[in-house]
Design a protein around this ligand. Structure first.
Ligand SMILES: [Zn+2]
Length: 301
């Protein structure tokens, strides 16, 4: 009889790197490997199998994989994954077959939110959202501690339109909040304002705090469209909490909190992510254990 406590292999596929880690049922990260991610279809699958094999041991009961893109969580199907050529790939089937373990996939923001929900007492109840600020803007929703997909793809908060005549977005429409308030958009604003190209969001916040009007204006230009999108989310769903994560989560939270609230009707129930870069890989392990662990609190609905 096996005596090792259940652990899961968590995988977080990021913009440039792939992280794979062994995760305990309390969310502790036990061991991790990080590599540049291979973007071609077969190279990616082979890399994933190889990295999982490095960490898989007798205690491993399941694998969770966070994908940067559109994932139908209900159907466990990848529709698209940005720069990665894995749209339509049966990743669950391929990785289960290669490793002999059950596999759970989710959008990467969903995985991060599962981990962030775990470290906040009481966050398992009701509706909470996540907005990730990175190259693009991602999102996720948890209802009573479980991913909430709506019809399958709910949570694509980067594609809330805040200006119908704005710039063209990858989704085919104009003026999505991603085109205004992502990391990519911030880089463009920094260049257009004449700041040195290596200026970081952190530098802008420091300058704004010391009274630099140009920095304050730039931060407001970056954060205001997201403030509008958040007000829309609150108007539609009134979540208990919106966690702001991703590589620029802390900076965006601070930029949002510097803005005046333009409406007494819609609050700003935001909080910066607490787990940093490890949230995705921890959440991926927890999602796998929740779905397939022996000691899981119950199978997902
Ligand atoms: Zn869009």
């Amino acid at each position: 009889m096996r005596e090792e406590p259940d652990t899961a292999i968590g995988v977080d596929v990021g913009g440039t790197r792939i992280r794979v880690a062994r995760i305990a049922s309390d969310g502790t990260l036990l061991e991790r490997v990080v590599e540049p991610v291979k973007s071609d279809r077969e190279g990616f699958v082979a890399q994933l199998v190889e990295l999982i094999a490095q960490l898989q041991d007798r205690g491993s009961v399941a694998i969770g994989i966070g994908i940067p893109g559109r994932v139908d969580g209900e159907a466990q199907h990848i529709l698209s994954a940005g720069y990665l050529d894995i749209g339509g790939l049966d990743l669950v089937g391929r990785i289960s077959k290669e490793t002999g373990l059950p596999v759970r996939i989710e959008n990467d923001a969903t995985m991060a939110l599962i981990a962030e929900g775990r470290v906040r007492p009481g966050a398992g109840d009701g509706l909470i959202f996540m907005i990730t600020i990175g190259t693009g803007i991602g999102g996720a929703a948890l209802l009573d501690g479980h991913p909430w997909y709506g019809g399958g793809l709910a949570g694509q908060f980067g594609h809330i339109v805040v200006s119908p005549d704005g710039s063209l977005c990858n989704c085919g429409r104009r003026g999505c909040v991603e085109t205004f308030s992502s990391g990519t958009a911030l880089g463009k604003l920094i260049a257009a304002a004449g700041f040195p190209q290596d200026t970081q969001a952190e530098d802008l916040i420091s300058r704004a705090k010391s009274g630099n009007v140009e920095a304050e204006t730039l931060l407001a230009t970056w954060a205001l469209p997201l403030q509008s999108a958040i007000a829309t989310l609150v108007a539609v769903a009134d979540p208990r909490l919106i966690v702001i994560g991703g590589g620029l989560g802390h900076e965006m939270t601070r930029a949002l909190l510097r803005l005046p609230n333009r409406s007494s009707w819609f609050g700003l129930p935001i909080e910066a992510a607490r787990l940093g870069d490890d949230a995705g890989v921890i959440g991926a392990g927890l999602a796998a254990l929740s779905a397939y662990g022996r000691s899981s609190e119950g199978q997902r609905a």
